[in-house]
Design a protein around this ligand. Structure first.
Ligand code: S3P
Length: 458
């Protein structure tokens, strides 16, 4: 067995990349494993009794940071030569106090979910991250966890570096989410695991439910109840017996979005994306693309360890602008940058509503997308209501101009989205730094070039 490194080296080397116009995108691929499911499988495996076997774990930097943190908390997490990960859990309530700072790198999901999990243990942990993560708001998680009895000392705005003083004696709460965030919901449910009684999170808008599905898979009781106002109450019963399981991680629909949009944009393309996670709380981008006129066939729909998956056959299509309603945001929150690239090449105007949460992702994605598109000669407006309007160049016989370098602000999805745009612009598009692509999509450049892309060093 190969022991993966206990801590990840920070991404320090800047990697400018450039993408030039391509012909048809063709092939049959499987993009790497789902990031959300990968984090959760390591965390739940670490607190279960016995061995959890994970097939298809995303080996991106974000997830490797979670693996390293779970080891520092006492679990074993190893990868065998065939790429299968085995986690030997310590049992619920038995996480050990780490002797080192937990460095979560670029990953908000890793930081927030793990803060919830350790809050329910009688240990003290110090969390930090890279320059992007240390800017992101954590009060959305620390506030409800404080209500349960955990204590936090962080920087202003509850930012990392931050110390969590957990407790094995938290009180269960019922908490209505003030923002539609699966990370906040998950942090509270994970804190509720080692808490006697029922912990409830109420969400007005549905957010991804991988935590709930996987908790059930490991043996916990998680129930849902529709309230009179339409909100959903999700309740976990504390102190369950969690048993190690086998997990097959589907291909990440958020990563599949990049080759999918590339194929839609390039004439003559036909691309098969295998094994893509189709959890309905993740598929807002695909619904939107179909509304725009995309030819996407969802073949061989099936269930894989509680998560729906399908093979996506994507063919070049003439896209038309649409209005994307605000209530779709939670189901496509990470896909707006690549949708904006598609919209820039579509015929007519696309309006994306309700994008406030984009401002607190790995970067201020609303600002970065708008600025990058403008640099590429696309007409865009950001509304005071946090909407984004993109005027497409489709139907004019010309693609967007391109010929610019776009800033990425340590944001993997901004980098990948603009490299996809560069496949369809008149002049190449460069990104100032593609190094962060490794957080979620290791091998992106090679995989895309294998399909016909022309991405190289800038
Ligand atoms: C994630 C939830 C989303 C998403 C992130 C992954 C998760 O964040 O942006 O990439 O795994 O729970 P929010 O739930 O905070 O919007």
């Amino acid at each position: 067995m190969t022991q993966a490194p206990a801590t990840q080296a920070p991404i320090t080397q800047v990697k400018p990349l450039r993408s030039a116009a391509t012909g048809a995108i063709q092939g049959s691929i499987r993009v790497p494993g789902d990031k959300s499911i990968s984090h959760r499988s390591l965390m739940l495996g670490a607190i279960a009794v016995g061995e959890t076997v994970i097939h298809g774990l995303l080996e991106g930097e974000d997830v490797l940071h979670t693996a390293a943190a779970m080891r520092l908390l006492g679990a074993q997490a190893e990868r065998d030569a065939a790429g299968v990960w085995r986690v030997r859990g310590v049992g619920l309530g038995a996480l050990q106090e780490p002797a080192q700072v937990l460095d979560m790198g670029n990953s908000g999901t890793a930081a927030r979910l793990l803060m919830g999990l350790v809050a329910g243990h009688p240990i003290t942990c110090v969390f930090t991250g890279d320059a992007s993560l240390n800017k992101r708001p954590m009060a959305r998680v620390t506030k409800p966890l404080e209500e349960m009895g955990a204590r936090f000392v962080g920087r202003s705005g509850g930012r990392l570096p931050l110390t969590v003083v957990g407790s094995g004696d938290l009180v269960p709460i019922s908490y209505r989410l003030p923002v539609a965030s699966a990370q906040v919901k998950s942090a509270i449910l994970l804190a509720g695991l080692n808490t006697a009684g029922a912990t409830t999170v109420i969400e007005a808008e549905p957010t991804r439910d991988h935590t709930e599905l996987m908790l059930r898979h490991f043996g916990a009781t998680v129930t849902t109840e529709r309230l009179a106002d339409g909100a959903l109450a999700v309740t976990v019963t504390g102190q369950p017996e969690l048993t190690g399981r086998t997990i097959h991680v589907p291909a990440d629909p958020s990563s599949a979005a990049f080759p999918a949009v590339a194929a839609l944009l390039r004439p003559g393309s036909e691309l098969l994306l295998n094994d893509v996670g189709m959890n309905p709380r993740r598929t807002g981008l695909y619904d939107t693309l179909v509304e725009m006129g995309a030819d996407i066939a969802f073949e061989n729909r099936r269930d894989q360890a509680g998560e729906p998956v399908a093979d996506l056959r994507v063919r070049h299509s003439a896209l038309k602008g649409v209005v994307v309603p605000a209530d779709r945001a939670p189901s496509m929150i990470d896909e707006y940058p690549v949708l904006a690239a598609a919209a820039a090449c579509a015929e007519g105007t696309t309006v994306m509503l309700g994008l406030k949460e984009l401002r607190v992702k790995e970067s201020d994605r609303l600002a970065m997308v708008a600025e990058g598109l403008a640099r590429c000669g696309v007409s865009v407006e950001v509304g005071a209501d946090d909407s984004l309007t993109v005027h497409g160049t489709g139907g004019t016989g010309k693609g967007p101009k391109g010929g610019a370098t776009v800033l990425t602000a340590m944001d993997h999805r901004i980098a990948m989205s603009f490299l996809v745009l560069g496949m369809a612009t008149e002049e190449p598009v460069s990104v100032d730094d593609g190094a962060f692509i490794d957080t979620s999509f290791p091998g992106f450049v090679g995989l895309m070039n294998g399909l016909g892309a022309k991405i190289g060093e800038a």
